[in-house]
Design a protein around this ligand. Structure first.
Ligand SMILES: O=P(O)(O)O[C@H]1O[C@H](CO)[C@@H](O)[C@H]1O
Ligand SMILES: O=c1cc[nH]c(=O)[nH]1
Length: 247
């Protein structure tokens, strides 16, 4: 059945999940035979192959609500392994623009996962994907940080600066808006979900400084995005080879 939001019926087992629909097209540049198979609302879907492995790429839009709609519908279409390839803002000073943040778990400040289950339930990465992301980041020589991230539902809250200072002291690495929701719903549905985030904003007590850094350092952020795409593709490929043998 064609799914109501993503407008797809069948997808690959291996799926990449950027937030931004334009990132879907950029991932297509890393694939052979990339074809856009659906484009509805924030959900743009492309399929292609990487070193002979079939891959689907679907954008999830901004926030957990649309991300879990995409995840649920992609599972209905045959998706089994999912890696979010997102962007994030650093919450620690030693994380530079374009560094990769590999999330092992996420603080649940999102609303979507709370609709499914109370906050005693953890938002954690799939272990096989987490291990593959870490090992391949080392192999590829990419600057990366592995640890706890935080997913939220708005930048524009009155106590944003205080909140950043709070999570900084708790050793949270970075903020995004989808990882926690995807981790929780992935675990509840029994599929494998991981997340790698390209840092696009330096940690600063003044959010405006961070935004200026992003504007001035676009090249580094773009390089980070290229690296997260390759890292995710290499990780899924390694998992597929380990499971199926060579193909
Ligand atoms: O670049 P993407 O993957 O959309 O990720 C980040 O960027 C958006 C906010 O600007 C949110 O979706 C956040 O999680
Ligand atoms: O600062 C940032 C940048 C991207 N995404 C976020 O959620 N926060």
């Amino acid at each position: 059945m064609i799914q109501p939001h993503i407008q797809c019926e069948k997808v690959s087992k291996m799926v990449l999940l950027p937030g931004d629909p334009q990132r879907v097209d950029r991932v297509g540049g890393f694939l052979d035979d990339a074809v856009v198979i659906a484009n509805n609302r924030e959900f743009k879907t492309l399929t292609g192959s990487y070193k002979g492995m079939q891959v689907t790429v679907t954008s999830t839009g901004i926030g957990g609500a649309s991300a879990v709609i995409a995840l649920e519908e992609l599972i209905n279409c045959g998706g089994e392994y999912f890696i979010r390839i997102g962007s994030a803002g650093a919450v620690q000073k030693d994380i530079n623009i374009g560094d990769l943040i590999i999330s092992m778990a996420s603080v649940r400040e999102d609303g979507a996962s709370a609709m499914y289950i109370n906050k005693d339930y953890p938002a954690v990465s799939d272990f096989e994907i987490l291990t593959a992301l870490k090992n391949n980041a080392v192999k590829l020589g990419y600057e990366h940080h592995v640890g706890v991230t935080r997913s939220h539902d708005s930048f524009y809250i009155d106590d944003e600066i205080e909140k950043m200072e709070f999570w900084n002291k708790k050793n949270v690495l970075g903020s995004d808006m989808e990882t926690a929701s995807l981790f929780v719903i992935g675990k509840l549905r029994g599929v494998k979900v991981g997340s790698v985030l390209n840092n696009v904003v330096l940690y600063s007590k003044d959010v405006k400084d961070g935004v200026n850094d992003y504007v001035n350092q676009k090249d580094l952020a773009q390089q980070g995005e290229d690296r997260e795409i390759l890292l995710a593709l290499e990780s899924l490929h390694e998992i597929k080879i380990n499971r199926d043998g060579s193909f």
